[in-house]
Write a new protein. Structure first.
Ligand code: NAD
Length: 438
C-alpha cells in the first residue's frame, strides 16, 4: 500500500514513520524546505523517543521518503493524510488555513480515486469544507476524479508518540461510506493486533471526539489544581486527597496530578476551539470555560508563591529553573508554564538560569539570550536565590541534595510538579513549596 502524509511535524512525522514500519510505502510532505532537507540528510527535527531509529530504518528500506512536492508521492497512492497545524486564530477558533490550503493542492494534483483523511484536530464541518475545496479545484481543472473524505483524529501523546501510535488504545475513524472504511481498516489492522478497537462512526462525531477527549483531560487537570490550591489554603496535603479520591474506580487515579497548569500544543488551543465552536452555535460550554480560567490562574501559581516568599522584591534575584518543555520527554515548549514563569521573573527584574535535557534549543528560539542556559542541572543552581522545578524529567527526581545545598545561595525549592518529599527537604535545611502540600 502507498500513502502520503502532508505535514511533517509531531503528528505527521510519527504517523508516517509508524505506517512505514508496518510495511506501507509513505511519502511525507512539508512546506518547509528546510525541514525536508534536514530529514533527507538524516536529521530529525523533533525530539521523540524511538523516532530517529525508526525513521532511519524505514528510509534505508526505501519505505519512507520526504519531499516538498505533493505530486511526487501521488502515483499509486490510495490515501492522503492531512496532518498540518491548526493553530488558534485570534478569536480562539481553530485556524484552518493550512488544512484548506493542503485540500486545494490535493484538488490540483489527484488523477485517480483517493481517500483524503484529516488527522489534524479540526472542528465539526471541516471534512465537508475539505470536500468542497477539492471539488472546486477539480471543477476548475474540468476533470472528474472520485475521492472520499474521512476524519481520523490523532490521540498520540508527545513524549510517548511512537508507542501510542504503534499500540493505540483506540482508533477513531469518521466515514460516510463502507469502501472508505475498508481502506482505513486495512491500513490500521497492524496497529490493533492488541485487540484494541477501531471505532467507526460518522464524520461529525469523529471530529468532536478529539475535542471532547482533550476538554475532559483538561477538566481533570484544572479540577485537581483547584483542589490543591484549596489544600494550600486549608493546610491539607493534596497527595493524600488525590489518593483518597483516585482509589474510587468511578474517578480513577490518572490525570489527577496537580501542577503548574496544562500547556503544550493541544490542550490550550483545543479547549479554546471547542468553546468557540459551541458559542458560534448558540451554546455556552460553562464547565470548559471555567477549566480554561482555572488554568490561566494555575500558570501563575509558582510566580505568586515566589512573589510572596520574596515579599514582592524579585529584582536582581537569581532563579534556577529545572525543565523548560511543557512536559517530560519532548522538546516542545508551546504554552509551557516554564516560559510564562520566566517571562514574569524577567519582567520583575530577576535573573534566570535554566536547564532542560531536550528543550533548550527550542527555548533559545523563544527567549534568546534573555536567560542563561546551563550545561547541566547543577550549573543552573550556582548562587541562585531559589530554584523552581517546572518539568518532571526523570533525571530531576532523585538529585544530589547535598550538592544542591552547597551550590544554592538561598536553599529554597519551588516544586511545580510535587515530585520531592517536603519533609526530607525541610530536614536537609531547604524551604520547600509545592502545590497543595501543606
Ligand atoms: P506541527 O506544528 O509540529 O507540524 C505541522 C507541520 O505542518 C509543520 O511541519 C508545517 O511546516 C507543516 N505545514 C503547514 N502547512 C503546510 C502545507 N500547506 N503543506 C505541507 N505542510 C504544511 O504540528 P503537530 O503538533 O504535528 O500538530 C498537527 C495537528 O495534529 C494539529 O491539528 C494538532 O492539534 C494535532 N495533534 C497534535 C498532537 C501533538 O501532540 N502534537 C496530538 C494529536 C493531534
Amino acid at each position: 500500500m502507498r500513502i502520503i502524509v502532508v505535514g511533517s511535524g509531531y503528528v505527521g512525522l510519527v504517523s508516517g514513520a509508524c505506517f512505514a514500519e508496518s510495511g506501507v510505502n509513505v511519502t511525507c510532505v512539508d512546506v518547509s524546505a528546510d525541514k525536508i532537507q534536514h530529514l533527507k540528510d538524516g536529521a530529525i527535527p523533533i525530539y521523540e523517543p524511538g523516532l530517529e531509529d525508526m525513521i532511519k530504518r524505514n528510509v534505508e528500506k526505501k519505505r519512507l521518503s520526504f519531499t516538498t512536492d505533493l505530486k511526487e508521492g501521488i502515483d499509486g497512492s490510495e490515501v492522503i493524510f492531512i496532518a498540518v497545524g491548526t493553530p488558534p486564530g485570534e478569536d480562539g477558533s481553530a485556524d484552518l488555513k493550512h488544512v484548506l490550503s493542503v485540500a486545494k493542492e490535493i484538488g490540483q494534483v489527484i488523477t485517480k480515486h483517493m481517500v483524503v483523511v484529516t488527522k489534524s484536530t479540526v472542528p465539526v464541518g471541516t471534512s465537508e469544507k475539505i470536500r468542497k475545496v477539492i471539488q472546486n479545484e477539480l471543477n476548475k481543472r474540468k476533470v472528474s476524479v472520485p475521492f472520499d473524505v474521512a476524519s481520523n483524529p490523532e490521540f498520540l501523546k508527545e513524549g510517548a508518540a511512537v508507542d501510542d501510535f504503534l499500540k493505540p488504545e483506540r482508533i477513531v475513524i469518521g466515514i460516510d461510506n463502507e469502501k472508505t472504511g475498508e481502506i482505513m481498516k486495512r491500513l490500521y489492522m497492524p496497529f490493533v493486533l492488541n485487540n484494541h478497537p477501531i471505532l467507526f462512526m460518522d464524520i461529525a462525531s469523529a471530529e468532536i471526539t478529539k475535542y471532547a477527549a482533550n476538554a475532559m483531560l483538561a477538566t481533570r487537570i484544572s479540577f485537581i489544581n483547584e483542589i490543591a490550591n484549596l489544600c494550600d489554603i486549608l493546610g491539607a496535603d493534596i497527595n493524600n486527597v488525590r489518593k483518597g479520591i483516585g482509589s474510587d474506580s468511578r474517578i480513577g487515579s490518572k490525570f489527577i496530578y496537580p501542577g503548574t497548569g496544562y500547556g503544550g500544543s493541544c490542550f490550550p488551543k483545543d479547549v479554546k476551539a471547542i468553546i468557540k465552536t459551541a458559542h458560534d452555535n448558540g451554546y455556552e460550554l460553562n464547565v470548559i470555560k471555567a477549566v480554561e480560567k482555572a488554568n490561566e490562574y494555575q500558570k501563575n501559581v509558582i510566580f505568586s508563591k515566589m512573589t510572596m516568599f520574596f515579599k514582592s522584591n524579585l529584582k536582581n534575584r537569581v532563579i534556577g529553573i529545572w525543565g523548560l518543555s511543557f512536559k517530560p520527554k519532548t522538546d516542545d515548549i508551546r504554552e509551557a508554564s516554564s516560559i510564562i514563569l520566566i517571562e514574569k521573573l524577567l519582567q520583575a527584574g530577576a535573573k534566570v538560569k535554566a536547564y532542560d535535557p531536550a528543550a533548550m534549543e527550542e527555548a533559545k528560539k523563544h527567549l534568546g539570550n534573555k536567560i542563561e542556559y546551563a550545561a547541566d542541572p547543577y550549573a543552573a543552581l550556582i548562587d541562585v536565590d531559589a530554584m523552581a522545578l517546572m518539568t518532571e524529567w526523570a533525571e530531576f527526581h532523585l538529585p544530589d541534595y547535598k550538592k544542591m545545598a552547597d551550590l544554592m545561595k538561598g536553599k529554597v525549592i519551588f516544586d511545580g510538579r510535587n515530585i520531592y518529599d517536603p519533609d526530607e527537604l525541610n530536614r536537609l535545611g531547604f524551604k520547600y513549596f509545592g502545590i497543595g502540600r501543606r
